[in-house]
Write a protein that binds this ligand. Structure first.
Ligand code: SAM
Length: 246
């Protein structure tokens, strides 16, 4: 199922376009490993395009057609040789082999079941060349968020194309059995309001490392930020560097 939050690519970009802190990490990684790079859950190309601008070959895959269409349009505007296509990271098979696969900014949280996770790791393993790296960046769960909040918290705001301010508040409830966080975002523009509901699977640090090992990856490192900082209980992110050993 394509989550409604990824159905409007312009709205996604307006709300997330100012997130830039992870870009140097992925660009640097791509330059060091070299292309071709495969990005799973590439969205509108927030990470894909900066990699291409450095002259590294990059291929993006995403389940949402509006997101892929926008990534392709943006690449076209700059004449960047980026290939993006619609595909499902839970099950894919490509002819090409990649030395680097990246899964930035919580795309991994859209793997909900054991079958999803297995399919993702199996497909990724087969798309990697020998010694290739799989790099996943996902939330490190925050106990506060997992308690849920029926009270609306501020998510962010942006100015739309007509120059009007849109403010976004959110509520969430976390199902501790399925480990799925249910989010509801309320967009308000003057008197208008619209709601986007979506879900994100929560992965715990020990769990995700064990999945990767069981699926045949070597865990090279797990960082708590984009500067290679050690992960702790309060780190906001889990950045996993996994490799395919033969
Ligand atoms: C939070 S966005 C990240 C987009 C982009 N990587 C970025 O950093 O801005 C997550 C993306 O994952 C995509 N996605 C969700 N489930 C997917 C799946 N099963 N296969 C491929 N892409 C998926 C969504 O459509 C969305 O574009």
């Amino acid at each position: 199922m394509i989550q409604a939050i990824f159905g409007d690519a312009d709205e996604y970009d307006l709300l997330h376009g100012d997130i830039v802190e992870d870009i140097p990490f992925f660009v640097d990684l791509a330059e060091r490993v070299g292309g071709p790079v495969l990005e799973l859950g590439c969205g509108t190309g927030r990470i894909t395009l900066p990699i291409a601008r450095k002259g590294v070959e990059v291929v993006g895959m995403d389940i949402s057609l509006p997101m892929v269409r926008k990534a392709v349009e943006r690449a076209g505007e700059e004449d960047l040789p980026v290939m993006c296509f619609v595909g499902d990271m839970r099950s894919f098979a490509l002819k090409k082999r990649f030395p680097l696969i990246i899964v930035p900014f919580n795309a991994f949280s859209h793997l909900y079941t054991l079958e999803d996770v297995e399919g993702f790791f199996r497909s990724s393993l087969s798309a990697l060349g020998d010694g290739g790296k799989l790099v996943i960046d996902v939330f490190n769960p925050d106990a506060d968020i997992l308690r849920g909040s029926p009270v609306r918290r501020l998510v962010g705001s942006y100015i739309d194309k007509e120059g009007r301010e849109v403010v976004v508040y959110g509520t969430n409830w976390y199902d501790a059995f399925t480990q799925v966080n249910h989010l509801k975002w309320y967009f308000t523009r003057g008197d208008e309001q619209w709601i986007r509901e979506f879900t994100m699977r929560v992965f715990f640090p020990q769990e995700i490392v064990n999945y990767a090992r069981l699926m045949g990856f070597r865990v090279e490192a797990v960082y708590g930020d984009y500067d290679g900082g050690e992960i702790t209980a309060s780190s906001p992110r889990m950045v996993l560097i996994l490799s395919k050993d033969n």
